[in-house]
Design a protein around this ligand. Structure first.
Ligand SMILES: [Zn+2]
Length: 236
């Protein structure tokens, strides 16, 4: 991705966007948004990073691991490490038999009326949503310089295939920015230069991760993960 200087003012830079605590005097980490575990090697250069407190960084790691494992199971139809489509999912299942058992237990096999065998996986919604909100906070902060410290009013994570065609059309209809965004934000720079933009989406890595931010008073962050999962987080 293009490295874009964040020239917006520095007023928010001293708080952790996840727990609102000051970063001064606290151990911090540069956190990739999205986590590299949702991407594939070779990684794009200049991935978005935000500085957050180490406690939050560590606190999210199990949820992120679950997210990768669950998505890996859904995409490959299995929790077998050898059958995973991504290296990170394979490694996660191979190194964590307890997680493998946990995800495997959520697998439901059923027969359609036509006699076909289908698999359905039941996600741990809370964990999935924590990762989705974490990424959305990171995207809003990285692109707009806005720390979204409040709880969002709406969060969803749904496979594109599970949406109705109207829902899908709605999800992909992008409003963009109706007001005048703060000069100097990364999103503002992108709008001018077109850096990493494709059809209105900021593409982190093609086929793996893209996101879009609507900013019209409220802030809505949408992502598409692995061209499979649609996520949406809204703050008023
Ligand atoms: Zn924190």
């Amino acid at each position: 991705m293009k490295s874009i200087e964040d020239a917006s003012d520095r007023r928010h830079k001293s708080w952790c966007i996840h727990c609102s605590r000051t970063l001064l005097g606290r151990s911090t980490n540069r956190d990739h948004v999205p986590s590299k575990s949702l991407l594939s090697r070779p990684f794009p250069t200049q991935l978005p990073v935000v500085e957050i407190c180490t406690e939050c960084n560590v606190g999210f790691s199990l949820d992120e691991q679950y997210f990768v494992a669950f998505l890996g199971a859904v995409l490959s139809g299995s929790t077998d490490p050898d059958l995973q489509r991504t290296e990170v999912a394979a490694r996660t299942f191979a190194s964590n038999p307890a997680l493998q058992t946990k995800v495997e237990a959520t697998k439901k096999v059923y027969r359609t009326l036509g006699g076909e065998t289908r698999i359905l996986w039941i996600p741990d919604d809370e964990r999935i949503k924590r990762v989705v909100v974490k990424n959305a906070r990171g995207h809003a902060y990285y692109e707009l310089g806005e720390p979204m410290l409040d709880d969002p009013v709406f969060v969803r994570a749904i496979p594109l295939a599970s949406m109705t065609s109207e829902e899908r059309a709605d999800f992909f209809s992008l409003q963009g920015i109706s007001g005048w965004p703060e000069a100097g934000s990364r999103l503002m720079s992108r709008l001018v230069t077109g850096d990493d933009f494709e059809d209105g989406w900021i593409v982190v890595q093609r086929e793996h991760y893209r996101y879009h931010i609507d900013h019209d008073g409220s802030i809505r962050v949408r992502t598409v993960v692995a061209e499979y999962l649609a996520t949406e987080v809204l703050w008023d």
